[in-house]
Design a protein around this ligand. Structure first.
Ligand code: GCV
Length: 663
């Protein structure tokens, strides 16, 4: 079917190209999905009446339709809104100005996506109260795992920050953590706080609250104290004074995000205390200001037998011991934002503690800003196991930088957009969100033009899993930067859980990490029905097989093929998909402005090339263990394993990928 689509698509697009805007003007992507033309001055002011504020400005600038009334109305949910067509007018009602902006954005979205703007009777309220972007931005302006340039907060450009605020609020994002979870103590210095105040002032009209990541040892490293023990009176006084200082500057400050006792960051355990001791100390100080603590559960130590077990091991004994203004922020999977992981069992294990999910928008493990990978299907997969209602909030590690197109790849903007829309309403389908985004971002409203690209977006995550690490493989990335494949990476002396062999465990018997009851018993952290399913190699979902099992090379798959043959096919399928994405895009040329078309095309070529590199590296390397031939109907590797193993990817190669990977 896909092959057929590949054949007919270019023809179809050419036939329908007449519907595309002829010779679309050059665009650089800086307007994101907010590309409506501005309304000519006159008249518009009179058409928009009611409550003054950002909603009114937005409508005055972009709304092309009839009169709109903005009305404040008691009794509606705090950030919700209604939109009703009444007597020739459109009435947007909300409890406050932020709700009015959300309503105005929705009306403009209807306009931009070509939907009816009359006969409206809409009532909306956000599913989560907290819809937060976590920036991993450093004080020196770099962004950890950022692939879209430097931090927009380093030397903030007011016009850029205003656009950032509009964009976030247009999809309902209402919080932003300004700095990296690997936080420097100076994040709380007077100068940093003054900068945070200025950003907070610019974001406030759009309903976005500012949060900060903190370094748990700040009382020592910034305050000059001898300890950061959370039960020490002097330490508590120091934090209280610091929190008071913050709230004097930022009265609606949201609270702290904390990475403690993880990957070398300081934490309460350094002083013989627990995560709960640390989190509660901060929570008590923040409470009078209505601030919260987001305490991360991303913890693992080198000595443990299975990294995937550790969050439950550390946090379950503390269940019920956290204050109610503490939320445990848990990555969607138990290891680390891999292309596919099962959900983190901590979500279903915690019973008496608030939890929020942390997704990663920046594509640390998904081809950086070079690969088109639409993430909403990954989030939907997560929500099929962890009901949205069991969580208090949703956070996403931002993929935003000072690149002109904000995210490094035009399609990475879709992940920012989809994050906001999903946090607003997790029951929106990835398809519905992508459809909205394509209409707004590329003016693709005609189904015949849009659908092939929509298909690419929806298939892109599965394709990346296939060409990177199918069938439950995980963390076989190149050391440190996580861009390309290095399943062999294992420098002497490096802790084992920072090397791919720890995760894939390839040997002459098979491939994969035994997490069954006979192995690390990770399956036991899941509810019984899932534990049973995952524990048995015959019932374990095949897309997680090597996650939970050490799978024999000749294990019979549902297709009737051996595991080895299936692995070969999956890798090859990923390569074919990446090539298909490129051909779909190539056929879109008549419909897309030249600059964005060329930029995306270059990235898709890189993606297709990288997919071959992944397939070749992994299959040739695993073949040294399997000792089995690559099936004849699978495209054979074009690279040589020794050369690939000798070759060291340098960061410049994925930041400037056109320099190429080969010697
Ligand atoms: C911010 C992974 C990433 C780190 C990141 C860490 C975390 O280990 O590689 O860059 O640090 O996760 O989420 O804390």
């Amino acid at each position: 079917m896909k092959a057929l689509k590949g054949l007919f698509l270019p023809l179809l697009v050419l036939l329908t190209a007449g519907w595309c805007a002829a010779a679309a003007p050059i665009e650089d992507g800086s307007r994101l999905w907010l590309r409506l033309d501005t309304v000519d001055g006159g008249g518009s002011t009179a058409r928009i009446s009611g409550v003054a504020g950002v909603a009114m400005t937005e409508l005055q600038t972009y709304w092309q339709g009839g009169p709109v009334v903005l009305r404040q109305q008691k009794g509606l949910p705090r950030e919700g809104y209604t939109i009703r067509s009444q007597g020739g007018k459109t009435v947007i009602s909300a409890a406050g100005k932020v709700g009015l902006f959300y309503g105005a954005s929705h009306l403009l979205r209807l306009q931009a996506t070509g939907q009816p703007c009359e006969g409206l009777d809409i009532s909306e309220a956000p599913f989560y109260d907290l819809r937060i972007l976590d920036h991993w931005d450093n004080p020196n302006g770099t962004c950890e795992r950022g692939f879209a340039g430097r931090s927009i907060f380093f030397d903030p450009d007011p016009a850029r920050i205003a656009m950032y605020a509009r964009a976030n609020a247009s999809v309902g994002i209402n919080g932003t953590v300004l700095n990296n979870v690997n936080a420097k103590p100076e994040a709380l210095s007077a100068a940093s706080l003054e900068k945070a105040r200025s950003i907070a002032d610019q974001l406030r009209p759009y309903g976005i609250r500012v949060y900060l990541s903190i370094n748990f040892a700040s009382p020592i490293r910034l305050g000059g104290l001898k300890t950061a023990d959370p039960l020490d009176a002097g330490v508590i006084r120091w934090w209280k004074a610091k929190v008071d200082e913050i709230y004097r500057l930022i009265p609606d400050f949201g609270g702290f995000l904390v990475k403690a006792n993880s990957e070398g960051e300081p934490g309460p355990q350094d002083f013989g205390r627990t995560h709960a001791d640390g989190a509660n100390m901060l929570a008590d100080i923040l409470r009078p200001h209505k601030g919260i603590v987001m305490w991360r559960a991303f913890v693992y130590k080198p000595q443990s037998s299975d990294r995937a077990n550790q969050a439950c091991e550390e946090f379950m004994p503390l269940d019920g011991r956290f204050r109610d203004n503490v939320v445990i922020q848990i990555k969607n999977g138990p290891v680390d934002f891999q292309p596919r992981e099962p959900y983190s069992p901590l979500f279903t294990a915690l019973r008496h503690t608030s939890a929020m999910v942390e997704f990663q928008l920046t594509q640390e493990y998904l081809g950086a800003a070079n690969h088109l990978v639409y993430l909403a299907p990954l989030w939907q997969e997560f929500f099929s196991f962890v009901p949205p209602g069991s969580l208090r909030a949703m956070a996403g590690v931002a993929n935003i930088g000072d690149d002109v197109n904000w995210c490094g790849h035009h399609f990475a903007q879709a992940n920012w957009y989809a994050f906001g829309r999903t946090a607003w309403n997790p029951s929106l389908t990835p398809e519905a969100i992508a459809t909205e985004w394509l209409a707004q971002t590329f003016d693709l409203r005609e189904a015949s033009l849009r659908d092939p690209l929509l298909g690419v977006m929806l298939d892109s995550r599965e394709a990346a899993v296939s060409y990177m690490m199918p069938l439950g493989l995980h963390h076989i990335f190149a050391g440190n930067h996580h861009y390309g494949p290095e399943p062999w990476y294992s420098p002497r002396g490096l802790r084992a859980d920072w090397t791919p062999p720890y995760y894939h465990r390839a040997d002459s018997v098979g491939l994969g990490f035994d997490r069954t009851l006979k192995g690390s018993a990770n399956v036991a952290q899941y509810p019984d029905s899932l534990a049973r399913l995952y524990n048995d190699i015959e019932t374990c979902p095949e897309n997680l097989l090597a996650w939970f099992h050490h799978v024999p090379w000749d294990h019979r798959m549902k297709s009737g093929r051996t595991f080895w043959d299936e692995l070969c096919r999956k890798y090859d399928e990923g390569v074919r998909e990446a090539r298909r994405f490129l051909s779909v895009w190539d056929a879109m040329e008549p419909c897309i402005d030249a600059r964005r078309f060329g930029e995306v095309q270059r990235k898709l070529r890189i993606q297709a090339r990288d997919a071959v590199w992944w397939r070749d590296a992994c299959l040739l390397y695993f073949q040294t263990f399997s000792q089995r031939p690559i099936p004849p109907d699978v495209e054979h590797p074009v690279h040589n394993l020794d050369e690939m193993m000798r070759f060291k990817i340098r960061i410049s190669m994925y930041e400037n990928p056109e320099s190429g990977y080969t010697k």
